[in-house]
Design a protein around this ligand. Sequence first.
Ligand SMILES: [Zn+2]
Length: 310
Amino acid sequence: MRRIAFALASFSLVIAMGLTAAATEFEPRLTIAKADPGVRAVALTFDACSGRTDQRILDALLETGAKATIFVTGRWLRTNPEALAVLKAHADQFEIENHGARHVPLVTDAPEVFKVRSAGSMEAVRAEISGGAAAIEAATGAKPRWFRGATARYTRDALDELKAEGYQVAGYALNGDMGASLPAFSVEKRIAGARSGDVVIAHINQPTRPSGQGVAAAIRALKAAGVTFARLDQVETINDDGRPISAPHHEVKHQLAVQDDDHRGDQSSGDRHPSGGDELAHLGAARGEPDQRDHGEGQLQAEHDLAQHQ
Ligand SMILES: [Zn+2]
């Protein structure tokens, strides 16, 4: 009897360890620490995962002079020399930071994250970080100080590695384009409604999607509203790794995000939670997030969506 109990206990322990090992990821949050009274400060950040450059967004940035932080991969740098030249020619406006070598999620305990193949080992994590940094240094002569991984999800060991290497991890506060998956009017309303202190994430590598038009319109609207545009390397920030995300949570959110994509035509304008909003808000509340706007469910859709087009 005791042997059976021991066997059962051991079996339970193995199951528990298995679940834990496959489930613990973090999706950091990032905001600007403080702005002077009366100043509405917003940090625009754009991911250049792979693919091409959205000239509509780049033109709006150049026209308004809005500062921005661009997270580039080694892959994107190789295929976008003209856009890189524009970024480098406006070095006071654009900060170039690390989005990895090959757009591999810095996750070591699961084979994939939202259908994107993950690093799977610390060796691969280090290669993704150092490969991205080497590509940026070769292209610009400057060493990146911020890192945002593919899917914006990380395991604890990867976060610790980034910090040990001196990186700041670029979470976000407002998902502007849900992976360039939303219609233009929705994207415009979301980003134009950014609160002071928000770090906004959007994508600058999907020139054929409607989203980019909304991003461009929002940049002009924020400029007209007198917003101060911050670069991550020029402001004080609040970096929060967030709580561990469990696998079931992860999967539920993914399903909702996919449903969201399926029903995007039904959305009312500018809804912060385009579909499944109540459930997503509930999930956000369960994580104790102080600001539940979109954080969490958007980037995964982004990366999932992008992965389908690479
Ligand atoms: Zn990306």
